[in-house]
Design a protein around this ligand. Structure first.
Ligand code: GUN
Ligand code: ZN
Length: 436
């Protein structure tokens, strides 16, 4: 067992998105294996109350630091690191001019390996300990990323993109083969250590009905495998999806019609939805990956937080690198705040710092079904029994952070100062407990 003495941030509840953050100013976090050998939080609370319960443990003392749950990135593309900051007239030209040409290069295993190595290191440097990420259509790209994540003992979910049409040579796959490759990758990687597979139709416009049908059949056959895709990001994309699947009630409903909406299905963006779509999200148990950094960069639109909460479906935050402009969860939380202020409706909302933080930790984990369901340890929180991945934050990392956080008169003010002024410099250390 290991113990850490510092300020400790956690949420009272894994499942409820209400403001339930607790900051133990002089806290103790004790980590050790559960009966299944998973490194979990054994105890957490005030140092003065807990220290005598663990007389043989010498805690690592981290004065002035804050231990917080590792961040969960609910939507990111590992092959797109090198297209970050590529300007375009919206989503579809961006895909055609930058993204697909770069993704073609992932047919080469060596190219995949160096990109995967950099990507995992960059996630960890930014405090991200769990990620749901796209690979490319090449199975090699999936093998490379799983290999790197396994070496880091990181919790990572990925999958081979399915895209058998409207995609250029070099990234377009073949319907039958793509489904066979998907099943082989599920059998090879899903549930191995902390790795999980996601069936990954890129988006409906890039998939034939036969490919979507096959993906839905796999989703039914492997119910604890994840599903990830994109939906309703951009108005031209929505129009195109409606032309291609006119028999479905809406773009989102296309996925439901092929059996691709259920628990553990994560749809990125969900901007241009109507209330019937939102009810479909709720009723199927699917979740949205809200990607405000990407949406601002590509000019896609604004996620409607008010309508989402009225409908009551699950969502969490994703960077969507490379349309997203930063790996930093602080940048994504700040962008989410700005998107909330703008709103889709006349009156924007001010998302509270605790809500923003929850959406990028326990809330994102809940969207993935990693909230302690079925007696498995929860992710994205530091309550007893949770998986013990965490970050060590230094609120004095920059002169401005030091000056501003010293003035914070409440937990909300402290969290908000870090959200607005923070970046990778705030993350002093990222601890994957399973790696010890
Ligand atoms: N829709 C289909 N593919 C992509 C992608 O790579 N990025 C984004 N942002 N949207 C997509
Ligand atoms: Zn994306």
């Amino acid at each position: 067992m290991r113990a850490y003495r510092a300020a400790v941030l956690r949420f009272a509840d894994n499942r409820e998105p209400h403001d339930s953050a607790i900051l133990e100013r002089d806290g103790l976090l004790v980590v050790g294996p559960n009966a299944a050998g998973v490194q979990v939080v054994q105890a957490v609370g005030p140092y003065r109350d807990l220290k005598d319960a663990f007389p043989h443990l010498v805690p690592e003392h981290l004065p002035g630091r804050i231990i917080a749950p590792g961040f969960v990135d609910l939507h990111v593309h590992y092959p797109q690191t090198d297209v970050m900051g590529s300007p375009a007239e919206g989503l579809l030209p961006w895909l055609e001019n930058y993204t697909f040409p770069e993704e073609k290069r992932f047919s080469a295993p060596e190219y995949c390996a160096q990109a995967a190595t950099f990507f995992i290191a960059e996630l960890l440097r930014n405090g991200v300990t769990t990620a749901l990420t796209f690979a490319t259509s090449h199975p090699e790209s999936v093998n490379a990323l799983f290999g790197q994540a396994q070496a880091a003992s990181m919790r990572l979910i990925t999958g081979k993109c399915l895209q058998d049409r409207h995609s250029p040579d070099g990234v377009r796959d073949a319907t039958e083969q793509s489904l066979m490759d998907t099943e082989a990758l599920i059998q090879k990687w899903h549930g191995r250590g902390r790795l999980g597979y996601a069936i990954t139709p890129r988006f409906a416009p890039s998939c034939s009905p036969a490919q979507l049908r096959g993906a839905g059949e796999l989703a039914a056959r492997y119910p604890d495998v994840w599903i990830q895709s994109h939906v309703a990001e951009n108005k031209d994309e929505v129009r195109w999806a409606r032309e291609l699947f006119p028999q479905s009630r809406s773009y989102l409903a296309t996925y439901a019609d092929f059996g691709l909406m259920r628990e553990r299905a994560i749809y990125a963006h969900c901007i241009h939805l109507d209330d019937a779509d939102r009810a479909l999200m709720r009723d199927t148990g699917a979740a949205a990956a809200v990607c405000p950094g990407s949406n601002l960069f590509l000019g896609s639109g604004f996620f409607d937080y008010v309508a989402a909460d009225r409908a009551g479906f699950k969502y969490g935050l994703g960077s969507d690198v490379g349309a997203g402009t930063s790996f930093s969860p602080f940048h994504t939380m700040r962008a989410a705040y700005c998107v909330g202020r703008e709103g889709q409706t006349k009156a924007g909302v001010s998302l509270s710092p605790q809500q923003l933080w929850w959406q990028h930790t326990a809330g994102a984990a809940r969207s993935l079904g990693l909230d302690g369901a079925l007696g498995r340890p929860a992710v994205g929180n530091l309550q007893p029994g949770c998986e013990a991945d965490f970050v060590v934050l230094n609120p004095q990392a920059t002169p401005l952070l030091a000056r501003r956080t010293a003035r914070a008169a409440s937990l909300d003010e402290l969290l908000f100062a870090m959200i607005v002024l923070g970046d990778d410099r705030l993350v002093e250390k990222t601890v994957i407990s399973q790696a010890f």
